[in-house]
Design a binder for this molecule. Structure first.
Ligand SMILES: Cc1cc2nc3c(=O)[nH]c(=O)nc-3n(C[C@H](O)[C@H](O)[C@H](O)COP(=O)(O)OP(=O)(O)OC[C@H]3O[C@@H](n4cnc5c(N)ncnc54)[C@H](O)[C@@H]3O)c2cc1C
Length: 345
């Protein structure tokens, strides 16, 4: 029997960050992940945006979580030898004069936003109401997740398989799964958590997002471009991740013709230049009903933990929240009440 401190289920951004901080703290960790191709983390664009939603509200805890996320991603970049983190401008095109006024009202004096000294992209975008610059970043999840997976493999800390919940034994001292005995099991398995018997009381509010991959000949930029839809530049020149939709009521996790139509409508309202769709993806975001992370241990089964609810902001929230959870586990610091799992019990 292999004895470890923590068995972590899932290697999306949640399981990646939590296992990283626990390993850094000298803990013995095994991660089990089934490599679901359309997990939220594998489909996401990785945008970190200091303002949220149509009302341009400052993102929750941004001044704390952003510098922490930046430092963490840069450390991982150096360790894994892959470019993980890029600070970028979000060229935010106003869809109307009211939205421009709302933006100016909300963001005046905000260090993360400014008005451009000159317009850009006139040959490519419809932008009669102007645009603003928002200072954000992207996390290259398509590089980070496989590179960190290889790192876990080198540490003999990864098992690539699906967890069979029926085979999990809860014992007096922790859990046993196959040949692994762990003090605690922590579920970082995204929307998969909602199907587990332990977390039926949690008010998950999962929502599906769909995305197109597009090429726009001649549009060669490192900026993110945003108006109704968000274009995020990819490794290949003139190629963009274009998304994403929000659907609360969905039949399955697959791409649909309906959402392709919706996304293309937004593209046609943004782009005046021709574009080609080269792909479509869909995934479900693991969100809670109050849009806050959901972290902690089951009140009846203290060996069973959860790190979930990252919603639309996995890339900005995961590093800080994972490090905080590690401090709760390793150093007994009190868990932030806003994110505590026990609010649902
Ligand atoms: C279209 C779209 C766009 C997005 N864009 C952004 C963005 O730009 N910026 C941002 O910050 N966030 C974005 N998000 C949100 C972000 O993707 C999520 O917040 C984040 O990925 C959640 O990470 P997670 O690790 O909790 O879950 P997931 O990414 O779903 O990871 C769960 C992992 O668990 C594994 N797993 C599940 N069940 C099992 C099992 N039984 N056994 C073994 N393994 C299992 C899966 O294979 C997966 O690897 C977007 C989401 C979507 C859908």
């Amino acid at each position: 029997m292999r004895k470890v401190d923590y068995l972590i289920i899932g290697q999306g951004i949640a399981g990646t960050m939590l296992s990283w901080f626990l390993l850094q703290a000298g803990k013995r960790v095994v991660v089990i992940d089934d490599a679901k191709p359309n997990s939220a983390s594998r489909v996401a664009a990785g945008i970190i945006n200091p303002v949220s939603g149509r009302r341009f509200e400052p993102a929750w805890m941004y001044d704390t979580i952003y510098p922490f996320a930046k430092t963490t991603y840069l450390q991982l970049s150096a360790l894994l030898q892959v470019p993980v983190f890029t600070e970028r401008q979000l060229w935010t095109v106003f869809p109307s004069s009211q939205m421009r006024d709302a933006f100016l009202h909300k963001t005046t004096g905000n260090e993360y936003t400014e008005l451009p000294s000159a317009m850009k992209y006139e040959a490519f975008l419809d932008q009669p109401y102007g645009a603003a610059i928002v200072k954000g970043a992207t996390v290259n999840l398509r590089m980070l997740l496989p590179a960190y997976r290889r790192y876990l493999q080198e540490q003999e800390a990864l098992q690539e398989k699906q967890l069979d919940i029926a085979a999990l034994d809860i014992t007096a001292t922790g859990v046993v799964y196959g040949d692994i005995a762990a003090e605690k099991i922590i579920f970082c398995n995204g929307v998969g958590t909602a199907t587990l018997p332990f977390f039926r009381q949690v008010k998950f509010l999962p929502n599906k997002g769909e995305v197109l991959m597009v090429t726009v000949p001649g549009l060669d930029t490192a900026d993110i471009i945003k108006k109704g839809i968000t274009l995020v530049p990819q490794q290949e020149k003139e190629t963009f991740w274009a998304g994403s939709s929000f659907v609360w009521d969905y039949a399955d996790e697959l791409p649909t013709a309906r959402q392709r139509e919706v996304l293309e409508k937004h593209l046609s309202q943004l782009l005046t230049a021709p574009y080609t769709v080269t792909g479509q993806m869909a995934a479900v975001r693991p969100s809670g009903n109050d849009r806050r992370p959901i972290v902690g241990f089951h009140p009846e089964y203290p060996a069973i933990g959860l790190f979930n609810g990252l919603g639309t902001k996995g890339c900005s929230l995961a590093p800080y929240m994972a490090a905080h959870f590690k401090d709760v586990l390793v150093s007994n610091v009190p868990l932030m009440p806003e994110i505590a799992l026990k609010r649902y019990f």
